[in-house]
Design a protein around this ligand. Sequence first.
Ligand SMILES: Cc1ncc(COP(=O)(O)O)c(C=O)c1O
Length: 512
Amino acid sequence: MQIPIDPTSPRPAHEQISAHFAHLIRRGVLAPGTRLPATRQLANALGIARGTVSLAYDNLGRSGLVRTAVGAGTFVLETPASASDTPSPARPTATRFDWRGYVGDRIPPADDTVMAAVLEAVPPGIEPINLLRPIPDPSLVPLDDVRRAFRDVSRALRPDVLDYASAWGYAPLRERLAHDLATLGMDRADDRTLLVNGSQQGLDLVARALLRPGDVVVTERPAYRGALRVFQASGARVRALPMDAFGLDLDALERTLRAEPVRLIYATPAFHNPTGRSMDVDRLKRLLDIAGRAHVPIVEDGCFRELRYDGTPAPALKALDARGLVIHLGTFSKTLFPGLRVGWLAAPATLVDRLAHYRRDVDLGSVTLGQAVIHRLLEDGVLERHLDRIRETYRARRDALVTPLIGTGLEQRLDGAHLDPPSGGMSVWIDFDPPLSGFDVARRIATRGVLVSPGAFFDPGGADLPGIRLAFSTVDEAALARAADAVIDAVREARRTPERPAASAQPTTPVI
Ligand SMILES: Cc1ncc(COP(=O)(O)O)c(C=O)c1O
């Protein structure tokens, strides 16, 4: 690539390079998703220091034109062509307002560049087996029951249901949930339940209400991307702590709590996303004890709780919580479907009532109609029957994926890979030790027509974690068996010919 650099210009070389790329991007010559040359390659081509190219790419990143993903490269982001670059013949040209610059880094950029680089590796013309999304299989949704529930709800529609609803949500569903939570031991006298537009909104409300820039939030590492993004958007510093086979490493938690003030702990004790791991009752009790002594609340993400396929259920963290420290999040997104956006948050009323008032500022209340449909499905016993069915199907799918991987002992099969078969949830995690780049392995798997998520998705700083997530819930058993073969093949190849060492597990970057 030729970039004219004028050595006599008072403008430093890195600015000349970034201006050149910015021009090409704004003109649409470099399309969104295009990977810029590697810094070393471009530096060699231009006969300049690699650091100069890095500075130029940093400039472009700050302008929101590109995004650099560790281990993947630097990619052009979606950018509206500026009017001055592409004047419309019908209108006079005007300089368009620079929203990208105005927003700056207040909203975390979309992190689709790592994925773009994985998708790129799928050979043309192949419909890949998609193990990217831990979501319910849409083909299993009991559509007739859902249609009937919509019909019943619409027949009973009264004008007041169309008014702004209570900020706490549709009362009959809240009552039903309170009853169901009570049967699970999550019914403290001073608790209240708030219906939210998906548990993601619950996370967002908690972050807005409780976090200020600079606050420290502890999470597992790896952790659910949606939670990391919400915490980071609030300006919190995320300390992502290691996990073992039973979830969050509590010795590491104790050390962190001793080292600095922590504002919030976020954990997914049952069928954690992405690892599928679960805390046993001893771990849950110790977690509560540690958090209680440090006076730090815990957000318990119960997203996959209901999806247990074998083993004895551990209680919810909230059910063991005598101090009122736990904010429990639940959702119908994984048990039924995510489209109606119905989830809940259960916690002591002193907090929930504040959050309910606060959510009025966000959306003036919840969507009653969707909540009424979910309520109908619960009352008709549809959810219970549906759960029996999906548990059976997902169990079989988990086995179809996991059995070939651990067939004769995973370590022999996959050479330095480790997998704890999850007893529920929608995903399986493979760790590579000695490390392999999760990104490199995901790309090699993609060349075999299978899509999996690289570990980098689940690290707060986007570090190339030496692991991959395989989400199995939407794929049939035959395809899962083929996917397992592709994984084994790709991991062996990566061991034989590592592209490059995995990025060392970088310390958690405080993202502010
Ligand atoms: C661990 C975890 N928590 C929360 C959510 C948010 O789900 P929803 O907002 O649909 O309830 C997800 C979605 O995938 C998730 O994986």
